[in-house]
Design a protein around this ligand. Structure first.
Ligand code: 8OZ
Length: 363
């Protein structure tokens, strides 16, 4: 039995994770234009199979859920066939991989959507922000509010995507309800100005998330379903007049379902989380009864401390996993880390994707 808490096994839902060094969902923009993963994705994920759990890069549930160039999808037969070798490679390496189910909502551009349609959101409130299209960075387009039929269609799209994820062989799914994408746009009142049963009270604003969780849990057993939230909510021009009340409702609605985990972004890259925000995260954490996975600029020491203090069960690492395919082993032995190259994060080929070296086995 190890005395390093990062290597204490963790029961998360149905999975006994061998370590608590998990791979965060990482957008890499290297899929084919139709959303089918490229062959290289199998190499990339296989190299990182020693993670306690891999959460796939955000993967759109429908054509309308896409917001960036060359992100993968999980809603067609071609997507299912394209993901199969990726998942098989991770399993062959002894790993586990969840598919992160993503709908960008208003964070999109007409050039990325079918027939040049406008993006959809809770309300017709345009984000101050940019996305990455065939022409480079462009301002996001003006969205339209989903009507009742649009919401029903979106829920059906979650069902289809979960079924496709299951058919492809994913071990589970993570519902992306963070970072200012569709489900977050419904949750937070800075965007959601609806007057129907999806707007107004926190109960109403969290209705879509609740319904999505139900849809996804009808396909995967709940112990194979996680969810990601970002209660600090700065990303993609999000805001809420009372985040603690809003996210208290969101955390609570996740209880009692036997979910695999809740995954929370506690800090955004390059930003310090203020003490009162840390205190809020801690109070919120107390509301969720299951496995809690933390994310945000952790290093090995900070992760060990958070786990040892209790409250945090595991940590996802983003940038460190981009540059270090064998990150858990490096943390275990205290080896130096490769430095991530920001220039090759989004788009491109093998460079900065599958060519970061693992440790020399002689070490
Ligand atoms: C970076 C670039 C594009 C998308 C997120 C899916 O923030 C993303 C994302 C990150 O959750």
């Amino acid at each position: 039995m190890t005395d390093d808490v990062l290597f204490r096994p963790l029961q998360a839902g149905t999975f006994a994770l061998p370590n608590r060094v998990l791979m965060a969902p990482l957008t890499r923009n290297r899929a084919h234009a139709d959303g089918t993963p490229r062959d290289l994705a199998a190499t990339y994920y296989r190299q990182r199979a020693s993670a306690g759990l891999i959460v796939s890069e955000a993967t759109q549930i429908s054509a309308m859920g896409k917001g960036y160039k060359d992100t993968p999808g999980i809603y067609t037969d071609a997507h299912v066939e394209g993901w199969k070798p990726v998942i098989e490679a991770v399993h062959a390496g002894g790993g586990r991989i969840f598919c992160q189910l993503w709908h960008v909502g208003r964070i999109s551009h007409v050039s990325l959507l079918p027939q040049g349609r406008q993006p959809v959101s809770a309300s017709a409130v345009r984000a101050k922000g940019q996305t990455f299209t065939a022409n480079g960075f462009e301002d996001v387009s003006e969205p339209v509010a989903l009507d009742a039929e649009g919401i029903a269609r979106t829920l059906d799209d979650y069902t289809t995507a979960a079924r496709c994820a299951k058919a492809a062989g994913f071990d589970g799914v993570e519902v992306h309800a963070a970072n200012g994408y569709l489900l977050d746009q419904f949750l937070q009142d800075g965007v959601n100005q609806r007057e129907d049963e999806y707007g107004g009270s926190v109960d109403n604003r969290s209705r879509l998330l609740r319904e999505v969780m139900e849809r996804v849990c009808d396909v995967f057993s709940p112990d194979r379903v996680g969810v990601r939230l970002s209660p600090l909510g700065q990303a993609n021009d999000m805001h809420d007049s009372d985040p603690e009340t809003t996210f208290s409702a969101a955390y609570r609605l996740l209880n009692g379902r036997g979910l695999a985990y809740l995954h929370v972004i506690e800090q955004f890259y390059g930003q310090e989380t203020e003490d009162d925000d840390r205190a809020m995260l801690k109070r919120l954490r107390g509301l969720f009864e299951g496995t809690y996975i933390a994310n945000g600029s952790y290093d090995a020491e900070a992760a060990r401390k958070a786990i040892a203090e209790g409250g945090v069960d595991a940590v996802t690492f983003g940038r460190p996993f981009i540059a270090n395919p064998d990150l858990p082993e490096r943390y275990r032995i205290g080896a130096p880390l490769n430095t991530p190259d920001e220039e090759t994060f989004y788009g491109g080929d093998r460079e900065g994707y599958t060519d970061y070296p693992a440790l020399d086995p002689a070490h």
